[in-house]
Design a binder for this molecule. Structure first.
Ligand SMILES: NC(=O)c1ccc[n+]([C@@H]2O[C@H](COP(=O)([O-])OP(=O)(O)OC[C@H]3O[C@@H](n4cnc5c(N)ncnc54)[C@H](O)[C@@H]3O)[C@@H](O)[C@H]2O)c1
Ligand SMILES: O=C(O)C(=O)C[C@@H](O)[C@H](O)[C@H](O)COP(=O)(O)O
Ligand SMILES: [Zn+2]
Length: 357
C-alpha cells in the first residue's frame, strides 16, 4: 500500500491510500491512540453511499454521531460552520474527541475548520471520497469556508491526524467529478513533475484507466508532491504558493459563476490563463498553449468558459486573493514546465489572458 508521510515535526501524519481502507478505519484510528467520540461530518449523498459502512466499522471501538451538511460549494459557508459547531457544543464533544470528514473537498474544508476552532482545536481525520480530495484537499491542512466576496477567505491551517483515502469510493464518482480531480493532477505536472503530463496524455481513456489500474500509484505520486511542498512551507510563507497555480483566476471564476464552474474546472481554466501570461512574457513557447488545450480536451476539462469575461469584475474579485502583497496582485507563472515562480501581474496581462478562456 503506497503510504505517504507529511513531515511536520510533532504534527506529522500519514496519508493511507488503498482499496477497502474504510473497513480498516477503526484500526487505523486506534493505532493513533485516539480515544473518545467521533463526529462523522458528511453529506446525504456520500453518507448514503459509504456512511453506514464507515460507522459500522468505527463502532467496533468508538461511539459515533453524524452531522450531514448540504451537497455543494454553497454549503461551505460560515452559517453551516456555525451549525456544526453548535451541534458539537450541544452534544458535549470534548477536546479529546474527533471529527472525521467523509466526503470531497467541501466536506473536508468545512469539517477541518470546525475541528480547528472548536474548543481551539480537536482531533481531525480526513476520509476523502473524490479524486480531487484524495490528490489534494485532504492533504496539507488548509481548511476554510467561503464568503460571498470570495473563496476560502475565512479559515485556518489545521493538519489532520490521518488521511484515509479508500480508492474504492472513486468507483461511484460521476465522470465530471473525476475530471475535476484531473485538473489538480495537471497542476502538479505543470508545477513539479512534467512526466505526469506525458503520462496523462498517453492514456487512451484516463478515467477508466485510473479506476482500473494506476489509481493508488497516481494518487500517491500526487500526495508525495504536495507533502514535499507542505513540509517545506506549511503556512505558505513562500514556496507553498506554487500549489496555487491556476487558482488566482480559477477562484475568481468560481466566485463570479456562483460555483456553476466547479473548482477543478476553474483551476484548469485558470491554468490556461496563467500559461498565457507566461507565454506573453516569453517564459514559455507559444506551442505550450495549444498543447495544454489539447491535453485538457482529451481529459474532458474545459478550455473556454463559454462566455465573455468582464476583466474589471474578475480583477476586482482577484484583489481578495491571499497572494496579494503590498496591495499588488501576484500569480504563479511558469518559467518553464515544472519551474513555477510567483510574481506580480498587471491588469493588462490578466485582461489578455481572460480573452482566451
Ligand atoms: N484544502 C485544500 O487544500 C483544497 C485543495 C483543493 C480543493 N479544495 C476545495 O475542495 C472543494 C472541491 O472539492 P471536490 O471537487 O471534492 O468537490 P465536492 O466536495 O463538492 O464533491 C463533488 C461532488 O461529488 C460528490 N461525491 C463525493 N464523493 C463521492 C463519491 N465517492 N461518489 C459519488 N459522489 C461523490 C459530492 O457529494 C459532490 O456532489 C472546493 O471547495 C475547493 O476549494 C481545497
Ligand atoms: O494546499 C494548497 O496550498 C493549495 O493551494 C491547494 C489548492 O488546490 C486549494 O484549492 C487551496 O484550497 C487553495 O487555497 P487558497 O489559499 O488559495 O484558498
Ligand atoms: Zn485547488
Amino acid at each position: 500500500m503506497p503510504d505517504v508521510k507529511v513531515k511536520l515535526a510533532q504534527r506529522s501524519y500519514t496519508v493511507r491510500i488503498g482499496a477497502g481502507l474504510l473497513d480498516k478505519s477503526c484500526q487505523l484510528l486506534s493505532d493513533l491512540d485516539l480515544h473518545g467520540k467521533i463526529l462523522i461530518v458528511s453529506n446525504k449523498k456520500i453518507f448514503g453511499l459509504y456512511g453506514k459502512q464507515l460507522q459500522a466499522n468505527l463502532e467496533k471501538h468508538y461511539s459515533t454521531q453524524v452531522y450531514l451538511i448540504g451537497d455543494g460549494e454553497k454549503y461551505k459557508s460560515f452559517g453551516v460552520l456555525q451549525k456544526v459547531l453548535r451541534f458539537l457544543i450541544q452534544n458535549k464533544f470534548e477536546r479529546s474527541d474527533t471529527i472525521a470528514a467523509l466526503g470531497g473537498g467541501v466536506v473536508g474544508d468545512l469539517a477541518g475548520f470546525a475541528a480547528a476552532v472548536y474548543l481551539r482545536g480537536i482531533n481531525f481525520v480526513q476520509l476523502p471520497t473524490t479524486l480531487l480530495a484524495q490528490v489534494d484537499s485532504s492533504v496539507g491542512g488548509k481548511t476554510a469556508v467561503n464568503d460571498s466576496l470570495g473563496k476560502n477567505l475565512i479559515g485556518a491551517f489545521y493538519q489532520p491526524r490521518l488521511v484515509i483515502a479508500d480508492t474504492k469510493t472513486l468507483r461511484s464518482l460521476p465522470a465530471r467529478e473525476l475530471r475535476c480531480g484531473l485538473g489538480e493532477i495537471v497542476k502538479y505536472g505543470l508545477i513539479d513533475t512534467p512526466r505526469l503530463l506525458t503520462a496523462l496524455g498517453q492514456k487512451a481513456d484516463i478515467t477508466a484507466n485510473l479506476l482500473a489500474q494506476c489509481c493508488a500509484d497516481l494518487l500517491a505520486q500526487c500526495c508525495r508532491i504536495k507533502a514535499k511542498i507542505v513540509s517545506a512551507d506549511e503556512r505558505e510563507n513562500d514556496r507553498r504558493a506554487i500549489l496555487n497555480f491556476g487558482h488566482t483566476i480559477g477562484h475568481a471564476l468560481e466566485t463570479i459563476s456562483h460555483y456553476r464552474i466547479s473548482h477543478g474546472e476553474a483551476v484548469a481554466l485558470g491554468a490556461l490563463g496563467a500559461a498565457h501570461i507566461s507565454i506573453m512574457r516569453g517564459y514559455l513557447p507559444w506551442q505550450t498553449l495549444d498543447k495544454l488545450q489539447k491535453l485538457f480536451t482529451k481529459l474532458g476539462l474545459p478550455t473556454h468558459t463559454g462566455r465573455r469575461l468582464d476583466p474589471d469584475q474578475i480583477y476586482r474579485v482577484m484583489q481578495s486573493d491571499k497572494k496579494v502583497a503590498d496591495s499588488r496582485l501576484r500569480m504563479v507563472l511558469l518559467k518553464a514546465i515544472g519551474k513555477p515562480i510567483v510574481c506580480p501581474v498587471e491588469y493588462a496581462e490578466i485582461a489578455r489572458a481572460l480573452a482566451i478562456i
